[in-house]
Design a binder for this molecule. Structure first.
Ligand code: 5GP
Length: 176
């Protein structure tokens, strides 16, 4: 069986590149069908989604923009501990149709924080597209509009997804 060694771990082949590309072609067609006249602004969540975002965006035919954002947390000065911050957003999103691009949705906590930030900026609509989704791990209560592939609750690497920073540059997705 095809394996991938990343640092101290050996991963086994899980989703081949061809299947990923077929999935993305279908997602892009669905987005074009649903949003062609919406002038959407795609927001890709770094770091993991950069390869998926590039491949998805290349397949989209409607007029659209893309920007890259990141959720960061730092220790605030108040008593509440960590403060979440949205980094990288330069566009005005008030009144705009936003599509968030995620590589993987696990518990959904990261996206819950991002959605909270975006809500305050009063976009016209917010849709979510994710390549991978772990339904057994999901604990949030937002709706995911476009799901590429549902996967079991196991750790995956490759195609932008990392293990301690490494493994992102694999064309296929591997699992433990
Ligand atoms: P959530 O907040 O939904 O639990 O997790 C979201 C983030 O956790 C993802 O954007 C990703 O960075 C990371 N993550 C969750 N599951 C996996 C996984 O199986 N593999 C990798 N490499 N990262 C994951």
């Amino acid at each position: 069986m095809d394996t991938l060694k990343v640092l101290d771990k050996t991963f086994v082949s899980f989703i081949p590149h061809l299947k990923i590309q077929e999935t993305i072609a279908k997602m892009a067609a669905d987005l074009d069908r649903d949003m062609f006249d919406d002038d959407p602004l795609f927001l890709a969540v770094l770091n993991g989604s950069f390869i998926f975002a590039a491949d998805l965006f290349k397949q989209i035919k409607m007029p659209a923009r893309i920007s890259f954002v990141k959720m960061a947390s730092y220790m605030g000065t108040g008593s509440s501990g960590k403060v979440d911050q949205l980094i990288g957003l330069q566009e005005v999103i008030t009144g705009k149709n936003i599509v968030i691009i995620e590589d993987i949705i696990d518990t959904g906590l990261t996206l819950t924080k991002l959605l909270d930030h975006l809500d305050g900026m009063r976009p016209a609509s917010v849709k979510i597209v994710t390549l991978l989704y772990k339904p057994d791990a999901f604990k949030a209560n937002f709706k995911i509009d476009y799901i590429g592939i549902e996967i079991p609750n196991n750790f995956v690497v490759g195609y932008g997804l990392d293990y301690n920073g490494y493994g992102r540059n694999s064309k296929d997705i591997y699992t433990l």
